[in-house]
Design a protein around this ligand. Structure first.
Ligand code: FES
Length: 102
């Protein structure tokens, strides 16, 4: 596990996500505003929907395809508890957003 620079804090508008290739690992990075970011695996485990095109609702990310939402603290789906996504720790260092990749 190591924090790796993934983006600049200005790269993603607040409230939006982006699909990033971070050292060969595809990651969905979301800007929650106020200097807060969240990083998850990029595909929804329901039917492989693009999570980076989804949106944040409180402490969850919502898949744009069928609306399943995933808790950003533990990756668990709130619609189907058998589904999970990976959630990565994120830190902001200056203007850089860094993700703790496995
Ligand atoms: S593919 Fe994400 S909710 Fe269906």
């Amino acid at each position: 596990m190591a924090f790796v620079r993934a983006a600049s804090t200005n790269d993603i508008p607040a409230g939006h996500g982006a699909l990033l290739d971070v050292k060969g690992v595809m990651v969905a990075l979301f800007n929650a505003g106020a200097g807060r970011f969240h990083a998850t695996s990029p595909l929804c485990p329901h039917e492989d929907g693009p999570l980076a095109e989804g949106w944040l609702e409180g402490d969850a990310v919502v898949c744009p395809w069928h609306g399943f939402d995933f808790d950003l603290a533990n990756g668990r789906c709130r619609v189907d508890e058998g589904l999970t996504i990976a959630v990565y720790a994120v830190r902001v260092v200056g203007d850089d957003v860094e993700i703790d990749l496995p």
